[in-house]
Design a protein around this ligand. Structure first.
Ligand code: FMN
Length: 182
């Protein structure tokens, strides 16, 4: 069989899913889910997200100079996905979804109180590519619940990392298989 090439991204799934938190110059917080993302570099520690042009996330990250990446886990997945609703600029998806902000340690954008892990990033740059912009952030600080990290990964056994499959389908990762590597 052949599959429409414009459906390619649905085959790269489940895609790790995060919410990105930002703040605008008036102090309004913003939160939205993103799944076109990947770690990009060890040194400096860079993360890249494909963001549709004009979205509040990239406008705020550009203006303020930072953003927070929060891996979505099972305990707040419904609320996290709800933040994908499009609200007028300045209205907070935190309030819409019933989520709470907490101060980040090194940047202005707020962390998500409910998230087990908050990855604080400084805006590193943005690059036009196709119909998306690559938003690149340099990780400058990470805060995590004591029980949220095991062997330098999210403690899947406890939290269950969420991946986007397609449309309204999501996967929760709990199984871990070890494969010997030379
Ligand atoms: C699970 C999920 C993943 C998403 N991933 C992306 C993505 O990687 N890039 C993107 O531009 N929009 C993505 N979206 C859509 C944005 O979340 C949506 O357009 C949102 O309203 C943008 O909010 P903002 O304007 O506050 O940044 C995704 C939505 C969902 C529900």
């Amino acid at each position: 069989m052949n599959i429409d090439v414009d459906k390619y991204y649905g085959l790269i799934s489940p895609r790790p899913t995060v919410c990105i938190s930002t703040v605008d110059s008036d102090g309004n917080s913003n939160l939205a889910p993103y799944s076109f993302l990947t770690p990009l570099s060890f040194n400096p520690p860079l993360i890249v997200i494909g963001v549709g042009e004009g979205k509040d996330t990239i406008v705020n990250a550009r203006d303020i100079g930072d953003f927070v990446v929060t891996p979505l886990t099972e305990d707040w997945m419904v609320e996290g996905i709800k933040t994908g609703e499009s609200l007028p600029h300045g209205e907070s998806e935190f309030d819409l979804a019933g989520l709470n902000t907490k101060s980040s340690e090194k940047i202005k954008s707020p962390s998500v109180a409910e998230a087990a892990v908050n990855i604080e990033c400084e805006y590193y740059g943005e690059y036009e590519i196709g119909d998306h912009l690559l938003l690149v952030g340099e990780v400058v600080n990470i805060t995590a619940n004591e029980d949220a990290v095991k062997n330098d990964r999210i403690a899947l056994e406890k939290y269950g990392a969420v991946g986007h499959i397609s449309g309204e389908e999501f996967a929760v990762a709990r199984d871990i298989t070890e494969i010997e590597r030379n």
